[in-house]
Design a protein around this ligand. Structure first.
Ligand code: HEC
Length: 99
């Protein structure tokens, strides 16, 4: 009887951890250009704030793009390749800005 409860609690904790891990990735790799907070402008104005990107794209589409390596038609944006786990964390974090 206790096992299903333990499993669902573990799931709830790890969802928050996933979002936090995504925030750390964004802070380290994206925040020098994109604003990654709930308000404010991007440090590099041509880069849309992540909360704007969150409204433009579904989390599942972002996640797929991150795994494949997003290529934007803009030389200022470096190409990133990341693991599936990192992509999931980052898209979960970006999605959390659109609440
Ligand atoms: C050196 C600056 C820079 C960094 C670092 C950077 N970006 Fe960008 N990013 C841009 C710019 C500039 C644009 C706007 C490109 C355009 O509109 O053509 C952009 C656009 C985007 C878009 C929208 C693409 C589209 O087609 O609309 C996404 C998603 C994105 N960036 C994600 C990220 C993620 C995730 C990271 C970190 C892993 C990151 N960016 C790091 C500069 C940057």
């Amino acid at each position: 009887m206790l096992t299903p409860l333990a499993v669902s609690l573990a799931g709830a904790v790890s969802a928050g951890e996933t979002e936090e891990r995504g925030r750390v990735i964004a802070q380290a790799n994206c925040a020098r250009c994109h604003n990654i907070a709930a308000a404010g402008d991007s440090p590099f104005p041509p880069a849309p704030p992540f909360r704007v990107i969150a409204r433009m794209y579904r989390a599942s589409d972002l996640e797929e793009a991150f795994v494949e390596g997003i290529v934007v038609g803009h030389p200022a944006m470096p190409e990133f390749t990341m693991t599936a786990t990192q992509a999931a964390a980052l898209s979960t974090f970006i999605d959390s800005l659109d609440r």
